[in-house]
Design a protein around this ligand. Structure first.
Ligand SMILES: *[C@@H]1O[C@H](CO)[C@@H](O)[C@H](O)[C@H]1NC(C)=O
Ligand SMILES: *[C@@H]1O[C@H](CO)[C@@H](O)[C@H](O)[C@H]1NC(C)=O
Ligand SMILES: *[C@@H]1O[C@H](CO)[C@@H](O)[C@H](O)[C@H]1NC(C)=O
Length: 403
């Protein structure tokens, strides 16, 4: 006898409010090497009081565009960096890029944030916003489609191929591209070992599991990754937490506060499944990579499980380590078969405790075009990627035990 609980939650329902709260334990932190551009900022740079990150105006990094401010009702609500933006109306051309200074061969995280805030007054009335979108490109490579009003932060991890990296906005005739914040963070070469020259990853999901510690970034994450809380409330999962110090995985440097909470399934014997659904229009060539972060809070009883990504077992059975994190990931990407990915944790027969999971990251591989053939030519007719519905479905399968 088995029963199945299906819970669906919309991913990245990122509100302006979620972006402003930061909670956690600060690590050893420095903003050295951070480039943080407050787009459309008129005047001089400033330091954000909460994160300590220094923001600079975008003048030196972009050629065209118009400075705008968000509508009055948002000005006091948003953090300062979301109060202004740079827009690229038709006169500025189809493709506009921020030229970010990079070191060829070095690894980076790049993030673009698009908080609309009714800057153009178009949303005071209307339905015209429904299909407002445009594309982001990392150099010549399609990175992601911005869906205005739905997602705000777009992140990629890549190895720079030149002394500058263009982070571009491409007009696909579905609305004027704009950007509020552009951020570049250097990463140590050993972080995210799957990212190599020519293989960049686009973030689909990064979340800490368990009782929410709210949104987390720098200084709690020394590399300023964004960690969102678990998307929804899952009644058949138990929240676990500890105040003890946990050693992060050296290849992922997870923030302590993210490792200190987790979920495990309830019941005696169980399977945790995470399934993501890309849009029907999602490019079929897309490949996903999953990274699951584990660290146990006890060492009295055995917790051992098998990990499957899209039905494929990842390595030997995993035995969780007490207060030491490790990240399990698929070293080669798997194709988005019917646009789903699927992560299953199955307790082994020896295991006393059910599987637990502290954090999840899901990326898709950014399809690589040869950077040498990069040109400014507009190819917007072939760059049409409307609505990407990216949903996460968390499934908990609970088997009645020992009957
Ligand atoms: C437009 O306004 C409506 C109602 O205030 C809001 O729900 C929606 O998210 C807004 N759209 C955008 C793109 O900001
Ligand atoms: C676990 O934590 C989440 C997020 O804070 C919360 O919504 C949920 O109700 C908690 N679940 C239980 C069983 O306490
Ligand atoms: C997607 O494909 C997989 C593998 O072929 C299959 O197991 C799964 O049921 C399919 N899911 C949907 C929603 O069609």
């Amino acid at each position: 006898m088995a029963f199945l609980v299906l819970l669906a939650a919309r991913l990245f329902m990122l509100t302006a409010q979620a972006v402003v709260r930061v909670v956690g334990e600060p690590g050893t932190t420095t903003t050295a090497g951070f480039l943080s551009i407050d787009c459309g900022l008129d005047g001089s740079g400033y330091r954000d009081a909460i994160t300590g990150i220094d923001y600079v105006p975008d003048g030196p990094y972009v050629d065209a565009g118009e400075n705008h401010v968000v509508a009055a009702e948002y000005r006091d609500v948003y953090r300062k960096r979301y109060g202004t933006l740079q827009s690229f109306p038709p006169g500025s051309g189809k493709r506009n890029c921020y030229s970010l200074p990079t070191v060829a061969g070095a690894k980076y995280l790049v993030r673009m944030e698009t908080l609309y805030g009714n800057y153009d007054g178009r949303n005071s009335s209307s339905s015209s916003m429904e299909e407002y979108m445009f594309d982001l490109y990392l150099g010549a490579d399609y990175w992601e489609t911005v869906e205005v009003g739905w997602n705000v932060a777009y992140e990629a991890v890549f190895v720079a191929w030149a002394a500058w990296t263009p982070a571009c906005l491409v007009d696909t005739d579905q609305g004027t591209p704009f950007v509020s914040v552009v951020e570049l963070r250097p990463l140590p070469a050993g972080l995210y070992p799957t990212v190599t020259p020519g293989l960049s990853m686009n973030l689909q999901r990064r979340s800490g599991m368990g009782a929410s510690k709210s949104f987390t970034r720098f200084p709690y994450d020394e590399y300023d990754r964004f960690w969102w809380p678990m998307p929804e409330d899952y009644p058949h999962w138990a929240n676990l937490s500890t105040e003890m110090t946990i050693q992060p995985d050296p290849s992922f440097a997870e923030p302590l506060s993210i490792l200190q909470t987790a979920v495990s399934a309830t019941g005696n014997d169980m399977v945790l499944t995470t399934t993501g659904l890309g849009s029907p229009r999602y490019k079929t060539t897309y490949s996903f990579m999953g990274f699951i972060h584990f660290a146990d809070f006890q060492n009295a009883q055995l917790r051992q499980f098998d990990i499957y990504f899209n039905g494929e077992k990842q390595g030997p059975s995993y035995t969780s380590s007490f207060l030491v994190a490790s990240c399990i990931y698929n070293p080669t990407a798997y194709k988005a078969v019917n646009r789903t990915y699927n992560i299953i944790l199955v307790a082994t027969t020896k295991s006393v405790l059910p599987p637990m999971i502290n954090a999840i990251e899901i990326y898709n591989i950014i399809p690589n075009s040869n950077p040498i053939t990069f040109s400014d030519d507009c190819k917007s007719s072939t760059l049409y990627f409307p609505m990407i519905f990216f949903k996460i479905i968390l499934v908990s399968l609970l088997y009645m035990h020992g009957a």
